[in-house]
Design a protein. Structure first.
Length: 337
């Protein structure tokens, strides 16, 4: 940016605006606005953080209207005014206007409704993760993880209603089958995450979308999860549709045996839940689960025809039988209790 300012010292703002715009144009396809309201998180934004985050807090929120007022002020103010207003050093003030131009263009591309400022840095995150591993920290970061997951699902334009239905069904089955799967709260969270992002591969191609989902999730780590957990999410998403885990596949082989079992257990549950909304029409209002000796009977309460869901459920139930040793059976009930 300094070289651009030196090139055109009289009016660098227009040049910087065009320069940043040209770079973001290459990313326009990946930064397309979705129907869902987006938030922009600015991490360790020193000038803004110092101005708007109070000492006793780690975050602050700016409405898009407030940011626009701030943007207009920054663009039309002198360097000395900005030094005094933001209480920053003179050697970094020349970065401020390009920074605001970049943020403003991002808000336009993403349709941002509010901007979240955070003092939490990457090193803070690493320290928190290590503290949790060593059991020094009991802080619950699930809300941050889920928000990160939802943002990813929105970025890749997945169906909000479908993932909400599938997540609800999957978590209900997980809760009702505790004595069968013997998994804990952390695995429940991982199932929730997988149910949210398992369809991101449709952004690339609906054909074989589950493989594309795995590729995307391997390349885009979810904040708050370990590398092992991120890999588990990618593998569960890979197997949520039609393919089944196989020990001779390289990407499955590199998982530890206990992680392989978790992948199989969670994928088997998610596959059934996904089948129950195969039409994407939310036909099933609720389900109840009856675990018997040789069968898992799922009663689906629906007033509409669920022939497609029954067909999909039958095709996707094989993995559950292979993993848990019992056969899932879907029965329709037309009246809610």
């Amino acid at each position: 940016m300094a070289s651009i300012i030196d090139l055109n010292p009289n009016d660098p703002i227009e040049v910087i605006d065009d320069y940043i715009g040209s770079k973001l144009e290459n990313l326009r396809h990946n930064l397309m606005r979705s129907d869902q309201a987006a938030n922009l998180i600015l991490q360790d934004a020193s000038a803004l953080s110092h101005k708007f985050i109070s000492p006793e807090k780690d975050t602050a929120v700016l409405s898009i209207a407030k940011f626009q007022q701030l943007y207009d002020m920054v663009i039309h103010s002198s360097e000395q005014f900005l030094i005094d207003y933001f209480d920053i050093d003179e050697h970094i003030v020349n970065r401020l206007k390009p920074y605001f131009i970049l943020i403003e263009k991002m808000t336009q591309l993403l349709g941002v409704k509010k901007i979240i400022l955070s003092n939490i840095t990457v090193s803070d995150g690493l320290a928190i993760e290590q503290a949790k591993k060593n059991r020094y920290l009991k802080q619950d970061l699930n809300e941050i993880i889920i928000t990160s997951t939802e943002n990813m699902a929105n970025r890749y334009l997945t169906s909000h209603s479908h993932r909400k239905v599938v997540t609800g069904l999957a978590l209900h089955m997980f809760d009702q089958l505790k004595r069968l799967h013997h998994l804990g709260k952390r695995e429940r969270l991982l199932l929730q995450i997988a149910a949210t992002v398992d369809d991101v591969g449709n952004y690339i191609n609906q054909q074989g979308h589950y493989r594309h989902s795995a590729y995307i999730l391997e390349a885009n780590k979810i904040i708050g999860l370990s590398d092992e957990e991120n890999q588990l999410i990618a593998e569960v998403s890979r197997y949520h549709s039609s393919e089944s885990p196989a020990i001779d596949e390289p990407h499955f082989q590199r998982l530890a045996p206990n992680v392989q079992m978790k992948v199989a257990k969670l994928a088997a549950i998610l596959r059934l839940a996904d089948a129950l909304d195969d039409s994407r029409e939310e036909k099933i209002q609720k389900i109840s689960v009856s675990l018997q000796t040789e069968q898992l009977i799922i009663y689906a309460y629906a007033t509409q025809n669920i022939s497609l869901e029954k067909w999909s459920f039958k095709n996707k139930s094989t993995l559950f039988t292979e993993v848990y040793g019992i056969k899932p059976v879907l029965k329709q009930r037309r009246r809610l209790n």
